[in-house]
Structures are given as C-alpha cells and as structure tokens.
Design a protein around this ligand. Structure first.
Ligand SMILES: [Fe+2]
Ligand SMILES: [Fe+2]
Length: 227
C-alpha cells in the first residue's frame, strides 16, 4: 500500500494519532514548508481539514440520495450538516494558512449507500468525532498551545456535541426501526440555521448569540432546503 492510499484508508476507518506523523510527511512531500514552531499543530490542522472536507462531501452525497428516495427532511438534515462541516474545514484551512501552510485535499472517495445505511454511517461518524477524534486532536494541539488552532478545534467539537443526543438515538434505532425513525424525522418541522463563524447548527431560528463562539445572532444564516 502506498503512503497516500494508506492515509486514505486511515481516514475512512479511524483517525488515530499515527495519522499526525503521516500528515507531517504528506505536508513536506507536497511542497509545504517544513513545520518549525508548531509541527504537531500543523499536522492536526491538516488532518482536521481532511476529516471535515470528507464529511462535507459525504453529506452532499447523502443529501442527493435522500432526495432521490423521497426523504426530504433527512436530506435537509444532511445538507445542513454539510454546510456546517464546510465551515469547520474552512476554519482549519485559514488557520493553517496563517502558519504558512496550504491545506491539501488528497483524493478522498465518498461512500454513499441507501439512506438507511447513510443515516447509520453518519451517526457512527458523528459519535466517533465527539468521543475520539476531537479529544485526540485537542490533546495534541494543547501540547503546542497555538491558541487559534485550539479555539477552532473546540468550536468544531462543540458544534458536533450539539446533536449528540439525537445522534445516539438515531444510531440506536435506525437499524431495525428505520421506518419509525425516518417517519419521525420526516414529521418534524425543521428550519436549520448555521453559524458561519463556528458551524453551530440549530434546527430553529436562533434567539440568542451563538452559545459556542459567543458571536451575535447575525452570524447565523438560514440553510435553504436542497432541491
Ligand atoms: Fe465538523
Ligand atoms: Fe458560532
């Protein structure tokens, strides 16, 4: 297995601390300047950028599939999450640039199945980010105390945590009870709003400043329904 395809495999299966070393190798081999002040931070930022970019692309694929299977609300949910993931990826890219690096997107294949399988996979991935990926990232970042990187990583982690309860419910019941879960989601009145600073995702219009980044409500935009 080549170095890059090995990396892709790791992203698709599990992000482990080992990937930080691979990121540093990839960053150097792709023409980036060698990391000096923040080598671990730059490796995490590259990993986080790829994780969020891949998540966003998967959600775009899930959205199309859900629309084609006539699950408009599930499609809307996937679409809103895709927008949130784009904001996380964009934040990492920007911080990475301030450190003198250019975030790289390796060829990452999206994995789209039917909506039932996509919903279960999305729930698994979300929970993994909440319980493992982001705690690992933050632990690694804290070693070098690059405040901006830590702040944006915390924003992403907290925005994923916003839906932990719902995600756990979906994961628990969307197997044999998919029909019930899908009809419950399709019966909800959803109106997604995403904070353009931190990616916070609400299923109703905001009534207070963002509880994650503390910026004003005006930073939220309404996510249009996908068609
Ligand atoms: Fe994210
Ligand atoms: Fe926010």
């Amino acid at each position: 297995m080549t170095e890059l395809s090995r990396r892709q495999f790791l992203y698709l299966s599990a992000v482990s601390p080992f990937t930080y070393e691979l990121s540093a190798l990839a960053a150097e081999s792709e023409g980036n300047k060698p990391a000096s002040s923040y080598p671990r931070t730059t490796a995490v930022l590259q990993d986080a950028f790829m994780v969020e970019t891949l998540a966003s692309r998967n959600y775009i694929g899930y959205t199309s599939k859900a629309l084609s299977e006539t699950y408009p609300n599930i499609a809307y949910l996937f679409h809103a999450f895709s927008r949130s993931e784009q904001i996380h990826a964009g934040n990492y890219k920007r911080v990475f640039a301030t450190l003198g690096y250019e975030a790289k997107t390796l060829d990452m294949e999206i994995d789209v199945r039917d909506t039932k399988a996509n919903l279960q996979q999305a729930a698994r991935n979300e929970l993994k980010k909440i319980t493992a990926t982001y705690p690992d990232f933050i632990k690694e970042l804290e070693a070098e105390a690059c405040d901006e990187a830590i702040m944006y990583c915390m924003y992403s982690w907290k925005s994923h945590q916003q839906h932990e309860g719902k995600v756990r419910e979906i994961m628990k019941y969307s197997g044999i009870l998919f029909g019930r879960v899908s009809s419950k989601i399709e019966g909800l009145k959803l109106d997604f709003h995403v904070c353009r600073v931190c990616g916070s995702t609400l299923d109703e219009a905001p009534r207070t400043p963002c509880t994650i980044c503390n910026r004003s409500m005006s930073n939220y935009f309404k996510v249009e329904r996908p068609t």
